[in-house]
Design a protein around this ligand. Structure first.
Ligand code: MRU
Length: 368
């Protein structure tokens, strides 16, 4: 995607052939800065402190984290250490666990001398595949938007209103995004779209990242507080919800940023179609029940007690919003049961949020 007229991915290999650059998402929207990753520890920290975030991008960063570890020391001990450190960085997105297990499994059986180039090839292919998959999610999702637009009575009166939660745009992937890829393609195809952007407390990925992304691409949008979605749906102001996912079960339960479940409940109550954009890399084929089986990340209390913003002098500051030392809980994700999900938009097409639906698109995963 373009930033100030220049083409970017969120992560890339530098010209030195081994170090990695990423967009530093913790600085957005106030500053557009890049960060250079040169060590395993740097990659682990970038995932943990959310310099990079979003399930597919976390997976890509983990792959390059292994590359950086192996670049320094290609021994089996180093590989095992790198895998353990990376997998502990964030627990909920299945992409991270899957990439680390796959790549470590592949490298283990190679001679030490071949591990480094094999790791870098794997990471480069993973990034290219991620872009391709997101683009296809975009085309399938754009078809849903087109259908809705052509069959709606609002044509000529207002734009089509799409609500999204958190950031599942290109910043959360290598490029294109998942939930926002259909928005970008439908917009390019001339459908007048307006996006309701949930601010997404506590880290405000909606206000900080989704709003920035949409502004960069010239897509009309409005930031709303997380509690506004239900009200807008009751008043007919939301035509469609599209969210991303960090882990979707083989039965179609969708785990995504905390607050997604409440939006799905409101959408269900108001007959608003609620879709999840799901690359196969975010499907956990091992589990069926999202509520009991997905580990939900709990993050630092400071994300709730403090908020980051820019003052009128242009300085970015964190300020406390709590007056006392009240107890704080900070769950990062929740699970939307499949019954509340209208459909899953995958790179292979659209399906019902159920084992039956997923089997129709990924039969090879249901052979056992
Ligand atoms: O905590 P984050 O910012 O990593 O959470 C991101 C999300 O919840 C996204 O919706 C999800 O990773 C899908 S990204 C295409």
């Amino acid at each position: 995607m373009q930033v100030n007229g220049e083409q970017y991915r969120t992560i890339w290999l530098n010209e030195d052939g081994w170090s990695i650059s990423v967009i530093d998402q913790a600085q957005l929207p106030h500053h557009f800065k890049l960060a250079r990753l040169t060590t395993l520890a740097g990659a682990v920290k970038a995932i943990g402190d959310m310099t990079v975030r979003g399930a597919p991008l976390i997976g890509a960063t983990a792959a390059y984290g292994i590359c950086l570890a192996i670049h320094a020391d290609a021994s089996l001990d180093c590989l095992i250490h790198a895998a353990t450190e990376l997998k502990a960085a964030r627990p909920t997105a299945v992409n991270l666990q899957r990439v680390v297990d796959d790549l470590a499994g592949l490298l283990k059986v190679l001679p030490e001398s071949e591990r480094c180039s094999a790791a870098y090839s794997y990471a480069a292919e993973l990034c290219d595949e991620d872009i391709d998959n997101c683009y296809h999610i975009g085309t399938h999702g754009a078809a849903i938007i087109k259908d809705l637009w052509e069959n709606t009575k609002i044509q000529g009166q207002r734009r089509l209103n799409i609500l999204t939660h958190c950031n599942a745009g290109w910043l959360a992937t290598v490029d294109w995004g998942t939930a926002l890829a259909p928005v970008y393609l439908a917009h390019n195809n001339g459908i007048p779209i307006h996006v309701w952007v949930d601010e997404t407390r506590p880290r405000n990925q909606g206000a900080h990242l989704t709003a920035w992304e949409l502004a960069q691409q010239g897509i009309p949008h409005t930031v709303i507080v997380d509690n506004a979605g239900g009200h807008l749906m009751q008043h007919g102001e939301v035509d469609l919800c599209i969210v991303g996912t960090d882990r979707t079960t083989r039965s179609g339960d969708v785990c995504n940023k905390i607050g997604t479940y409440l939006k799905a409940l409101a959408a269900h109550d108001n007959d608003v179609p609620f879709y999840a954009a799901v690359p196969e890399s975010s499907i956990d084929w091992q589990i069926s029940d999202g509520v009991s089986q997905i580990p939900i990340e709990q993050r630092d209390a400071r994300e709730v007690s403090h908020i980051l913003g820019q003052n009128e002098q242009g300085d970015v500051h964190e300020v406390s919003i709590l007056g006392s030392d009240s107890a704080i809980s900070n769950y990062g994700f929740d699970v939307t049961p499949s019954r509340l999900v209208t459909g899953l938009i995958t790179e292979r097409g659209l399906c019902e949020a159920s084992a039956y639906g997923l089997q129709s698109l990924f039969p090879e995963r249901f052979n056992d």
